[in-house]
Structure formats: C-alpha cells, structure tokens
Design a protein around this ligand. Structure first.
Ligand code: HEC
Length: 132
C-alpha cells in the first residue's frame, strides 16, 4: 500500500515538472544581442543609474526608465539622451552610442513591468502578463 502512494507521488511529480517546464512564457525570452550589450556598456560607463532606476533600483534624481521605451517611445527618449535638460547632463554621445542605449532600454522594457498594477495580480498571487 505504502509503495503505491510513493509511485503515485512520483508520477504526479513528473507530470507537474513537465507542465512547469513546458509552460514557460516564450514571449518573455529576450535576446541579449550585440547592440543591447553595447548600450549596456554605455549605460554603465556614463553611470546613468546614479540618477535613474531600473525596477526601482538606482538613483532618484531622474525617473525610473524600466518601461519608458513602451510608455513614451524611443524618439521621446532620444531627445533627453542627445541634448540633456537643465537637470539631466548632456553627455555629447554620438548617434551610435545613443542608438545602442535605446536598444538597451528597449530590451529592459521587454523584460517586464516595473510598477505592477493591482489588476495584473491574479488571485493565486501570480502576475498576469499583458500581451500588448
Ligand atoms: C545627474 C543625473 C542624471 C544622469 C547621470 C542621467 N540622467 Fe537622465 N534624467 C535626469 C533627470 C533629472 C531627468 C528628468 C529631466 C527633466 O524633466 O528635466 C532625466 C530624464 C531622462 C529621460 C527621459 C525620461 C522620462 O520619462 O521623461 C531619459 C530617457 C534619460 N534621462 C536617460 C538617461 C541616460 C540614458 C543616461 C545615461 C547616459 C542618463 N539619463 C543619465 C537625470 C540624469
């Protein structure tokens, strides 16, 4: 009798494992290509994170940039990065560096939402991914 329970438990474990590993959200996978890596290097070299946050981590002088790419768009961001403002420094970056930074920030944006809206939290505690 006890042996049967172990067999049932073991089979349940296998079925559960298979379902967990096959239900991965394929859309959430984002490639870390060369352009993104270059942008990440510029991001670090210029220490953008000293004033900006990604997922709430970083400095608080400028806004969180996790989802700026989808919320405001790369053209909007380009203006700030290219010219700076009274409060944000102008780093005199060339177009290549700016494009890489935008690729990096677009990649960051695809990794998830920084601020989780209340309606996106399922009653089980999991997070409902918005497919837009
Ligand atoms: C000295 C602090 C500081 C640093 C360093 C800094 N920023 Fe900013 N950034 C700001 C501030 C402050 C704002 C808001 C500007 C304003 O409204 O005048 C801003 C705005 C922005 C915006 C527009 C965001 C929005 O939602 O309006 C982007 C994009 C941006 N910065 C990108 C960058 C990148 C990329 C770097 C690194 C190359 C960087 N920043 C470095 C302070 C900084």
């Amino acid at each position: 009798m006890a042996k049967k329970i172990w067999i049932v438990l073991f089979i349940s474990f296998l079925i559960y494992s298979a379902s967990v590993y096959t239900n991965c959200d394929k859309k959430a996978e984002t490639a870390l290509n060369k352009e993104v890596k270059k942008g990440w290097d510029v991001w670090q070299a210029k220490n953008c994170q000293s004033c900006h946050q990604v997922y709430g981590l970083g400095g608080y002088m400028g806004p969180d940039l996790t989802n700026t790419a989808s919320e405001k768009g790369p053209e909007y961001m380009k203006g700030f990065i290219k010219y700076g403002t009274g409060r944000m420094p102008n780093y005199h970056l060339n177009d290549d560096e700016i494009e890489s930074l935008l690729a990096f920030l677009t990649w960051v944006d695809k990794s998830g939402r920084s601020a989780v809206p209340e309606k996106a939290v399922h009653w089980t505690g999991t997070y409902i991914i918005d497919d837009k």
